[in-house]
Design a protein around this ligand. Structure first.
Ligand code: ZN
Ligand code: ZN
Length: 261
């Protein structure tokens, strides 16, 4: 498969890139939506995290912004392909299963480091305006995953380029990055606590942590893991969003009181 990728023309790479990123965005998003809105609630597994309603037109906005990100990620496939054509990076064609597993593990860890750094930069005064389109989704959905400003999409989308120039990865290891990344991303934005019994720091509680990031804006910049937030002391307390929910309940109570009066 790696050899097929290398032999594609620039146009073919970009076309397949668009089909791939558009396809996984819709499939992963729809599957997570069905899982968290139908299947798991029906089975009594897990719970909704943020009880507040979506903003009017939020889903449409998320789909539109994600469409632009799909364009950037898809056309951007020209960069890893270009590195190989120029001889600046190479694919390892006969990697063993063990080698592929270790490469994926390394890329999973790198992905969290890369995401934390870029996400933290996006929360600085200078870059904040390019991150606000993502934070327009206060109550997140599985379709918030690619809902970025184009600058943010460019910053996050370059995750495999540096690893590619320092190591000859297998095609399959590199292909795993957008897949596991979107999988974790869907969990993070599902607004659903899948395993309520585990502690806040557990790997399975990633949706609780990213939900808090959207509810509180500052803190919890990590992706799937907590090591970067622990190292840089940017973790939010588990109950950090509670006051927002209390305010929401009070406001709703007042509105209902006014409606009754
Ligand atoms: Zn953020
Ligand atoms: Zn987010």
């Amino acid at each position: 498969m790696g050899r097929v990728f290398e032999s594609l023309s620039a146009w073919e790479v970009m076309l397949w890139g668009l089909v791939f990123f558009g396809g996984i965005y819709l499939v992963f998003g729809a599957a997570t939506w069905l899982l968290t809105h139908r299947l798991l609630p029906a089975l009594g597994i897990g719970r909704v995290l943020d009880p507040r309603p979506l903003q009017p037109g939020q889903l449409r906005q998320e789909l539109l912004q994600s469409g632009v990100s799909v364009l950037i990620f898809g056309l951007g496939m020209i960069f890893p392909w270009g590195l190989i054509q120029l001889g600046w990076a190479q694919l390892h064609h006969d990697a063993s299963a063990l080698r592929i597993c270790l490469e994926i593990l390394a890329l999973v860890i790198w992905n969290d480091v890369h995401f934390w750094i870029n996400h933290r930069l996006l929360h600085t005064r200078w870059l904040r305006r390019y991150h606000l389109p993502h934070h327009r989704s206060v109550v997140t959905t599985p379709f918030s995953t690619y809902s970025f400003h184009p600058i943010e999409a460019l910053m996050l989308g370059n995750v495999i380029l540096l690893p590619m120039v320092v190591h000859d990865f297998s095609f399959w290891s590199l292909l795993s990055v957008p897949l596991f990344s979107l999988f974790f991303n869907c969990i993070g934005h599902a607004n659903y606590d899948f395993v309520s019994s585990v502690g806040y720091s557990h790997w399975f509680a990633a949706s609780r942590r990213h939900h808090l990031h959207h509810a509180c804006y500052n803190g919890n910049y990590g992706f799937q893991f907590t090591f970067m937030d622990r190292l840089f002391r940017t973790r939010l307390a588990a109950d950090a969003a509670q006051r927002h929910f209390v305010m929401h309940e009070r406001k709703r109570g007042r509105q209902e009181g006014q409606g009754a009066g």
